[in-house]
Write a protein that binds this ligand. Structure first.
Ligand SMILES: [Zn+2]
Length: 67
């Protein structure tokens, strides 16, 4: 089985990680790729920032009245 990811595959896994939890194998492959690829490390960092922002929005109730 191929462990190495191409940048394209790495981007796909990072993007999918926004919508669902990645499996252990996917995470391991991604981590291996990120350890050798600066471009994908940057991309992953940006996606994690977006993901955190999205999760924060999820926890805010848009219909609650202003304090
Ligand atoms: Zn890459």
């Amino acid at each position: 089985m191929l462990i190495r990811l191409t940048c394209k595959e790495a981007h796909k896994i990072v993007s999918e990680g926004l919508d669902r939890d990645l499996g252990t194998f996917e995470r391991t492959r991604l981590r291996l790729h990120l350890s050798v690829c600066d471009a994908c490390t940057n991309f992953n960092g940006q996606m994690q920032t977006i993901r955190q922002a999205m999760q924060k929005m999820k926890f805010q109730d848009p219909f609650s009245p202003e304090p």
